[in-house]
Write a protein that binds this ligand. Structure first.
Ligand SMILES: NC(=O)c1ccc[n+]([C@@H]2O[C@H](COP(=O)([O-])OP(=O)(O)OC[C@H]3O[C@@H](n4cnc5c(N)ncnc54)[C@H](O)[C@@H]3O)[C@@H](O)[C@H]2O)c1
Length: 285
């Protein structure tokens, strides 16, 4: 049941691939809260995934676009404004992909052409979306823009690879464009730094299941789910957060403020079982 938090608002949601996608849950929640939306994803993702099903369910126009193409993005804004009957009020960038991770290139053996693609898809696409929107004056005053980030932007995480650099850049773009768009049109731009979440993109990360378990044990409130992330996005798109901008907002059950928790320590101690001598000292090997 919605609370009409987005009643009458119009938005564009990028990145719903299937029903595990964070963007899928956000799209559903936005419509539940009274918004009308358009959806966008790459032609390949639309073929491989189930975005069309979501578009039908939510009565949303689905606009194919590669978010690295300025030309494609111009079409997304033109067609969205036509379908929705005017400028938009909110936008979600839920796009991420590392060809280096896909090809199992480690961080000390990156392919630089692939690194450029990682940055273009996962970070620069956010700048392109904002620049196209700005030049077309496509977002209403007091509109709200969000992109999804991850804590590896601040702290090194084993296996997150060049996506960490992309997320750091994504968060920086939110600040840099947040100043310009805020100054000109009172549009706010933020990133939400989400807990590890089981999705198609998430599962590509090395050791992902262990990462999910570790952050669950470390977070006093447990990992935030995709549905909970959708709730947070709705609040950030609503008029209840009009003066929040240029922030990276942690939505991670408290993980980012923790150093060690009892539940993680307990598991860590267990890992030494069988590795102790008779006096109880750890045998270092
Ligand atoms: N799953 C997690 O653990 C987690 C945690 C924190 C942040 N995030 C971020 O959330 C966002 C959404 O990811 P998700 O976990 O829902 O996975 P997902 O795989 O469902 O979504 C990723 C989306 O990016 C789209 N995409 C890839 N290349 C694109 C391109 N060139 N143009 C347009 N779209 C393109 C894919 O088609 C897909 O829909 C990503 O930015 C991801 O990094 C995910």
């Amino acid at each position: 049941m919605g609370n009409n938090l987005l009643k009458g608002k119009k938005g564009i949601i990028f990145g719903a691939l299937n029903d595990m996608s964070i963007a899928w849950k956000v799209a559903e929640r936005c419509v539940e809260e009274g918004a009308t939306i358009t959806l966008s994803n790459t032609p390949l993702a639309i073929r491989m995934g189930t975005t069309e099903e979501l578009a039908t369910k939510l009565n949303a126009k689905l606009i194919p676009a590669d978010a690295t193409s300025v030309e494609d993005l111009e079409c997304v804004f033109d067609e969205s404004m036509e379908a929705l009957g005017g400028k938009i009020d909110f936008l979600l960038h839920s796009i991420g992909m590392s060809p280096n991770v896909r090809k199992k290139r480690t961080y000390d053996d990156l392919d630089y052409n692939l690194l450029n693609q990682t940055l273009d898809i996962s970070a620069i696409s956010f700048h392109k979306i904002l620049q196209v929107a700005y030049k077309k004056n496509a977002i209403n005053d007091w509109g709200s823009v969000l992109a999804l980030s991850y804590g590896a932007a601040q702290r090194t995480m084993y296996g997150y690879n060049d996506m960490a650099d992309a997320k750091a850049m994504l968060e920086s773009i939110a600040r840099s464009f947040g100043y310009i768009y805020g100054r000109a049109h009172n549009v706010r731009i933020n990133t939400i730094s989400q807990s590890p979440t089981v999705t198609t993109a998430g599962s590509g990360i090395k050791g992902f299941d262990s990462l999910v378990d570790f952050s669950e044990r470390m977070s006093p409130l447990g990992n935030a789910t995709a549905a909970e992330c959708a709730d947070y996005c709705v609040v950030m798109f609503s008029d209840l957060t009009k003066k929040v901008t240029m922030q990276n907002l942690f939505h991670d059950g408290g993980y980012s403020s923790m150093g060690m928790s009892y539940r993680a320590m307990e598991q860590y101690i267990k890992s030494f079982e069988g590795l102790k001598d008779e006096a109880g000292n750890i045998i270092l090997g």
